[in-house]
Every structure is written in C-alpha cells, then in structure tokens.
Design a protein around this ligand. Sequence first.
Ligand SMILES: Cc1ncc(COP(=O)(O)O)c(C=O)c1O
Length: 403
Amino acid sequence: MTDFSGVGAMKIEAVEGREAAHFLPVVKRLPVALVEGRGSRVRDAEGGEYTDLTAGWGVTCIGHCHPALVEAISTQAGRLMQTTNLFYNLPQLDLIERLAVLTPDALTRSFLVNSGAEAVEGALKLAHRATGRAGFVSTEGSFHGRTLGALRVIGQAKHREPYEQLILPSTVVPYDDLDAARAAVDSRVAAFIVEPVQGEGGVHVPRDGYLRGLREICDAAGALLIADEIQTGMGRTGRLMGFEHDGVVPDVVTLGKGLGGGFPVAGFLTTEAVAATVKLGDHGTTYGGNPVACAAANAVLRVLTEEKLVERAASLGAKLMERLRSFATEHPELAEGVRGRGLLVGLVLRDAEKAGTIPLRAVDEGVLVNVTAGRVVRFFPPLNIPEDDLWPAVDKVLALAAG
Ligand SMILES: Cc1ncc(COP(=O)(O)O)c(C=O)c1O
C-alpha cells in the first residue's frame, strides 16, 4: 500500500465544474485530479490510486517525490529561491559542471531555461549565431515544443498549421532518411534538429548510424547538428543521452523533462567552438538557472547515478519490449509491432479508434497510460518503477488492448 496522506479530497465533478469556468480550453483532460505522488504511484482527489506509466509526460524519471529531490528542493527553497542572471548562483554552478562531466568531453557549455520549448528556441538562436545562417531542417512527425520558434521546426502539421502565418519557413524531411537529409542540408542551413528517438511522433527508433550520417551531412555543409534530448535524455533510452547509442557528439543538445524530475528546468548544452560565437546579451532569462530548479536537477542527476537508473532503463526496457513483443506475436490482428529503446516504448495497435479509448479505460483499471500518434500506446514509466507495480499495470493495458 502506498503511503499517501489523503490531502485534497474532492469529487471529480466539482473539479471539472470549477475548471470549466476559468481554464482556457486548449487541452483535453481525463476525469482525474491528481493530488499526490510517490514513486510510480499517484492518488487522485477521490482517493483512487494509479500506476503512472506516463511519468508525468516522461518527466518524473526518478519517480514522484523522490525523497532526495524533495529534500533538495525544500532545502534550497528555504535558503534562496531566485537570484537573476546578474549574480552567480551556486546550485547553477554545480549543475553546469555536472552536465559537463556527465556528457561527452566536447559539450562543455550550457545555459539553463525553464521548459523544453525554451531550450529548443535557445538552440536555434545559437545555431544562427554560430553559422550566420537562417535555415533549419527537421523531421516529419517530430515534436520540439509549442512556442513560435519551436513550432518553426516541429514536424507535426497539426501543431504548426494554426499558426502558419506567424512562423518562418523551414524544411521538413522524413525521419531516418539520410538521402532526404543530404538533399535538404545546404549552405543556407544553420542546423538540422533531430530527436534521437521520436517520442511524441509515435516512438520511432532510427536505424543504427542515422545520427552518425546526419553528423557527416551537417559537417559537410557547415551546419550544426542539434539533438533534441528533451524526451530521450536523462537516461530514458538506457544511456544518459540518446545520441550516445550512435556514438556521435552533436553541436547542441537540448534537455528538459527528466532534468528536474518534476520541477520545471531545461537547458541546452554546446561546445567551445559554438559558444565562442555568441556575445554578451545574445540571450537571457529571468528564471532560467533558478537556484531551486538547479538544486532539483542536481538531485536528479545524483540519484540517476547512485541508483544506477540509466542501466535499469536499459535492462527493464528490454524486458518490457520482450513482454510487449510476445503480445504482438500472439495477437497479430491487434498489434502491428513494438518500437522503443530503454524505457521509452510504444506498442503499435492496428485500430486507432480502439487505441484512443485505452487511456480512459485504463483509468478505471488504476493505470495512467498515454496513446500518441493516434495508435501507439506509449510506456514511459519512472526509471525506478518497481517490477511488482510495472507488470500488473502492463497486463491491464494489454488486456484493454485485447478487449
Ligand atoms: C522532444 C521534445 N522536444 C521538446 C518538447 C517541448 O518541451 P516542453 O513541453 O517542456 O516545452 C517536448 C515535449 O514533449 C519533446 O518531447
């Protein structure tokens, strides 16, 4: 039994009614108001408990409210919450040093911001400063965030089209297609931005060598390679960074989601060569690098290492893929296959309509799970989810897929 305190008791109808009056209705919600989380378990305002296979959208990589994270945030909150960039702050200093140590040697410089989309914006600006060019190439189905700069490179038309008039053009090529990338990256291109595994787009894992090929293409054209690690970073794929699977070092790396383990913090990393092209005033932020956010990220990075969670993502992810693959083999009429790396795994169902009903039906079974790209059931639980919580939840989702 999870040790929940029972705070926030309220009927879901009351929550829905109050929110309907004031919330800007741009997102669809399931009828669940979450009030507490512990590890891979969450509790709602009516007392219902769930296994969280969404990890708060891939964020709570060390589980909800890990004691080390709570302690780091509380201690820093009681000490100093905000400094502005005018002053040095020690948690930020620790974090940029830690990031430099944990990532390939060439990635020495970083800048902290508040959300993934902001990290992408910073990366695009950096690529423009470094190359003097204004073109960008990204991939079909990609997701890079909702701000106008990030929408410029998003590969999902549904997010981009409503704002087309506000967005500068860029080129979108098929994912995992080096010929298309080669044809698109020329001397006008500042950067190619790519997710090492496409998450929102339906958990697409490229062929080995894709990022290496992109590296060569970008080098030949004098363009930068940006790895968007907002979903794949922080151990999610079984390596600290997704690009490590392909043995390349990008020029710029964006981080978010798992970096703060639930506290909003993101950032972008780069090399000395790229960093040398910026000058004072080229970028800035009020909250970015905030001491509490940095204390959170430092705690997450410590826990990932101490609890060997990157390795666990690799080993448990392999078992999860095996379990889902046997389901797909047993039910070829229901499932097209399984894609994934580490604990970012998608079960591709055939029937999109039925797939779309799974998240709501799973709520009744005590499981939070998400479907992306229409019919891909995405499993991205906390990296430290106990197996006795994972397997019953997976079985329930599979029963829903079959039922
Ligand atoms: C790969 C990738 N990039 C960028 C983002 C945007 O991050 P945020 O929602 O924090 O702005 C996301 C969010 O899902 C993402 O998956």
